[in-house]
Design a protein around this ligand. Structure first.
Ligand code: PLP
Length: 406
């Protein structure tokens, strides 16, 4: 931790020097998206200026160089997740597309009327609606793991949910509202004991602590580039080769085929079977540089820094009269949702913004969770690797100031 120099790190993120309404920007909306270091933006600019050519297609020099960068990025992702092989790393547009890919193809191949898919009460809409679309087509049943008032999964009830119809468990690694870090290894153990595969939504875990898909032993794992200091529009689906081999293609088009005729078309090998069309090969380079960036800092060090911020923020915020935390699990990541008295989150968010403080307000794409907690929305402060205690002090002072106005 002594080597973690947050002032030095912040210099890599030009946007953090911005002023908003004449005040220094305090960016606490990292759960929605993170800011990008120069290293990411410069690598992408360099590729557009000096390398740009379509990948996998050309015999010419630039195409080969672009292909090498794109495939090297896949290897960087493989290493980051500790996947066995690059065949298990599929580039998508983000977590949402990764989950939809699994729901659609798994649904087509393996789900029939009466089959059951288990999700939880704390899922992001992307891990609910993707399965509801399958439900509409196939007549499956969604089962929902309840959560405690503190925001932890009820594992005992989860264990009781398995029966001969259970086909898939799809849960989030970290809640984007509560900050709850779910015991995914245990969840996978329980599901595998019933021969049921598990998809983990890693949108909110990959940016904050080391993830090892082999150690978790999950069957699928999804995350987004833009939430881990990489570009928008690129994400990853990890899948065990044994599962990906058995799933049908998701979209049809160039690159995902081996041969095409009007009589019969055959499909390409993994991972290309799931990558129809021109990929965002510049964004994959950007994602790789982002993963290099966080890996060089050390995911353990980032985690320690952010845990210290969460601890400090919870402590400072606890002293604010009428402030109520939504989500007080034992294992909590860099997300704090809260309400103050009966101040509407939108009012709080708007007034904090005037002080230069960017937080999120609303249902955070988790309406069922809001219903469970008996609320409509929250204010959410979510931290990243560049946030500081001084910024938390600014947040606390801002909340107090807004509270006094009401
Ligand atoms: N899952 C969780 C837990 C999230 O927090 C988010 C985004 O906020 C998503 C999925 C969707 O990610 P994306 O919009 O990058 O596809």
């Amino acid at each position: 931790m002594t080597n973690y120099d947050v002032d030095l790190i912040r210099r890599d993120f030009p946007i953090l020097e911005r002023q908003v309404y004449g005040r220094p920007l305090v960016y606490l909306d990292n759960g929605a998206t993170t800011q990008k270091p120069r290293q990411v933006v410069e690598a992408m600019t360099e590729e557009y200026y000096n390398v740009n050519a379509n990948v996998h297609r050309g015999v010419h020099f630039l195409s080969q160089q672009a292909t090498e960068l794109h495939e090297a990025a896949r290897e960087t992702v493989r290493r980051f997740l500790n996947a066995r092989s690059t065949s298990e790393i599929i580039f998508t547009r983000g977590t949402t597309e990764s989950i939809n890919l699994v729901a659609t193809t798994f649904g087509d191949a393996f789900l029939n009327e009466g089959d059951e898919v288990i999700v939880s009460e704390m899922e992001h809409h992307s891990n609910i609606v993707s399965w509801q679309l399958v439900q509409a087509r196939k007549g499956i049943r969604l089962r929902v793991i309840p959560i405690t008032d503190e925001g932890e999964l009820c594992l005992d009830e989860f264990e009781q949910m398995f029966n001969e119809h259970t086909r898939m468990v799809s849960v989030t690694h970290v809640s984007n509202v509560l900050g709850t870090v779910n015991p995914v290894k245990r969840i996978v153990e329980i599901a595998h004991a019933h021969d049921v595969p598990v998809l983990i939504d890693g949108a909110q875990s990959t940016p904050h602590f080391p993830v090892d898909v082999q150690a978790i032993d999950c069957d699928f794992f999804a995350f987004s580039g833009h939430k881990i200091y990489g570009p928008t529009g690129v994400g990853v689906l990890y899948g065990k080769e044994s599962w990906l081999d058995r799933l049908p293609p998701y979209m049809g088009g160039g690159e995902m085929i081996r041969n095409v005729s009007f009589e019969q078309t055959t499909f390409n090998d993994l991972p290309f079977k799931f990558e129809a069309g021109t990929p965002d090969y510049v964004a994959t380079t950007g994602l790789a540089r982002a993963l290099d960036y966080v890996s060089a800092l050390g995911m353990e060090c980032i985690h320690a820094h952010e845990q210290e911020l969460v601890r400090y923020a919870m402590e400072q915020m606890s002293a604010i009269p009428d402030l109520r935390f939504i989500g007080t699990p034992k294992e909590k990541d860099a997300v704090i949702s809260f309400l103050v008295g009966d101040i509407h989150p939108l009012d709080m968010g708007t007034l904090l913004d005037r002080l230069g403080i960017a937080v999120r307000t609303g249902h955070h794409c988790a309406e069922p969770l809001m219903h469970r907690m008996g609320i409509e929305s929250t204010v959410r402060a979510s931290f990243g690797l560049y946030n500081t205690k001084a910024e938390i002090d600014a947040l606390v002072a801002g909340i107090e100031r807004v509270s006094r106005m009401f």
